[in-house]
Design a protein around this ligand. Structure first.
Ligand code: HEM
Length: 510
């Protein structure tokens, strides 16, 4: 055989082997729509409500295994759409999927990813999460904020009462956001009033700038930066980051002036830890403290307000459930003279808690949780699929809450499914703390939300208070079936049409 023919044969053989190998490794990838566009990949298939688009794409191309692989701009993205697929990932591969993808916009906003939410997996994240879990959100500290929750719930009831006495309708988002914003601002910085208002404006401003897909999702970082500069977005962004920093720096400075030992709000605790833990590994610099405080505020305010607005929307749309939960609140909270509901009473309101779970099932405030990134290759579902390292993961909690393999009549709002006494069936023992993979509003695994114990009493107390003191009616004789139950676009998704209801002050004659 001549050397030329030999070289040609070897090249052909190598080419053949490459094709075979490539085909084999591709065949181990989860299903994916076959066609895609240069640069965009499958991005053009995603509409304004990504959780809904991704669910539809999964039903069309996913093949039933719960996983769908997409190329979203430059990010290879795995979408998880069923409870069984989520269970396999979180039970068997949690470590591999515990990082977050780099996001230039978030990096800038978080003092170089020094917060918890966007920090990549590693020492910084571990230390920061420990600080948050042990020092800011422990059961003892959450309990210590009970008077704050009670005062703000009472203020919310007073606002609604003024509207009721004037015969006016109430925009629930305004009312509920005011409440969660006040509770979180007081817990984080011990401040209210104008601070809370400034905080609220900054949050709204940031949300508008980071909503939707960003230039970095499609283009390399440098090209995306150029585009952002050319369109003026970079300047807007920098101004917003500076505004936040100025605001947080003022709060840090005010807290430094206070007497030591006055530890109460998150800022106090973080500053005190700086003194106590100096040299223990986690660097409590001013920027580190501002990053964590901001993380708490951003993570807590909007999510809780969105959950509350959906709860009221579902109750307005289901008068039977509204009447039943009001009856329970009246029975447990008792005494007509008692204005505020004691938090101990909330644990006896089983139906109210079932309502909260049902709201989270159908309306998780972060329908795609927060994106994860795989740090190493993972052979999932017993080796059926291979997930390469550096794949972005989107867990579609919205779709999982509607998974027909996990839920009976998934589209029905039926809190009874969570109650053994009401014949709840297979769902009665399902909880929302990340161990039951069909209900994941707070995520699961190492990156699970550390704020569950802070959020739940905030939500339960608000609902119990507004339902105890008022009947809520749809304005203008609208029928429940006419309520628009579609989400607004964004990272967190309130109803696209803000909910408006008319409060009727009850006589409290129980
Ligand atoms: C209804 C209220 C809330 C909802 C629905 C919610 C939901 C979530 C979700 C889905 C995640 C991502 C979990 C994952 O990747 O698996 C998350 C992360 C996080 N949440 Fe919450 N959250 C809420 C309230 C709070 C509160 C009150 C705080 C703090 C005061 C908080 C602090 C955080 C932090 C720091 C992270 C990042 C955790 C990490 O990356 O390790 N959240 N939350």
């Amino acid at each position: 055989m001549s050397p030329l023919v030999l070289a040609g044969t070897v090249a052909l053989l190598l080419g053949f082997l490459y094709v075979i190998k490539n085909h084999q490794s591709k065949s181990k990838l989860p299903p994916s729509p076959a066609w895609w566009l240069p640069l965009l990949g499958h991005l053009h298939l995603i509409g304004r409500l990504p959780h809904r688009s991704l669910h539809e794409l999964y039903l069309r191309y996913g093949g039933g295994g719960g996983l769908l692989l997409l190329q979203l701009g430059r990010r290879r993205t795995l979408v998880v759409s069923t409870a069984a697929a989520a269970a396999d990932l979180f039970k068997n591969h949690d470590l591999a999927i515990s990082s977050r993808p780099h996001n230039a916009a978030a990096h800038k906003q978080t003092y170089g990813s020094r917060n918890v939410s966007f920090s990549p997996y590693g020492d910084h994240w571990r230390q920061a999460k420990r600080t948050v879990v042990v020092h800011l959100l422990s059961a003892r500290r959450v309990e210590a904020f009970a008077p704050v929750r009670a005062a703000e719930a009472a203020a919310m009831v007073s606002r609604a009462r003024r509207a009721a006495e004037a015969g006016e309708a109430v925009e629930l988002r305004e009312l509920l956001y005011g409440y969660t914003n006040a509770v979180v601002t007081r817990a984080a910085a011990g401040a209210s009033g104008t601070t809370a208002e400034r905080w609220r404006q900054l949050l709204a401003h940031s949300a508008a700038l980071v909503a939707g897909f960003q230039a970095e999702d499609v283009l390399p970082d440098a090209a995306a930066r150029l585009l952002r500069r050319a369109t003026g977005l970079e300047k807007k962004f920098d101004d917003m980051v500076e505004e936040w920093d100025k605001f947080l720096s003022e709060i840090v400075a005010e807290h430094k002036e206070k007497r030591p030992g006055e530890a109460g709000d998150f800022m106090d605790v973080l500053l005190q830890l700086r003194e106590e833990e100096e040299g223990e590994g986690f660097e409590h610099t001013d920027d580190g403290i501002k990053a964590i405080a901001k993380d708490m505020i951003v993570a807590a305010t909007e999510t809780a307000a969105v959950a509350l607005e959906w709860a009221m929307a579902e109750l307005a749309g289901n008068p039977r459930v509204m009447a039943k939960v009001q009856e329970e609140i009246a029975r447990v909270a008792g005494d007509a003279e008692q204005q505020a509901i004691a938090e101990a009473e909330l644990s006896r309101m089983c139906y109210l808690r079932a309502v909260v779970k049902e709201v989270f099932r159908l309306h998780p405030p972060l329908p795609l949780l927060l994106p994860r990134e795989s740090m190493s290759p993972a052979a999932v579902q017993g080796g059926r699929y291979e997930i390469p390292a550096k794949t972005t993961l989107l867990v579609n909690a919205w779709a999982i809450g509607r998974d027909p393999a996990a839920w009976n009549a998934p589209e029905e709002f039926r809190p009874e499914r969570f109650l053994a006494a009401a014949g709840g069936g297979q769902a009665q023992a399902v909880d929302l703390r990340g161990t039951d993979y069909q209900l994941l509003p707070f995520g699961a695994g190492r990156r699970i939300c550390p704020g569950i114990n802070f959020a739940l009493p905030v939500l339960e107390l608000a609902l119990a208070s507004v339902l105890r003191h008022f009947d809520w009616e749809l304005p203008g004789g609208a029928r429940p079936a006419e309520l628009d139950m579609v989400e607004a676009p964004g990272l967190s998704t309130p109803p696209r049409v803000p909910l408006v209801l008319v409060p009727k002050w009850k006589a409290l004659a129980y």
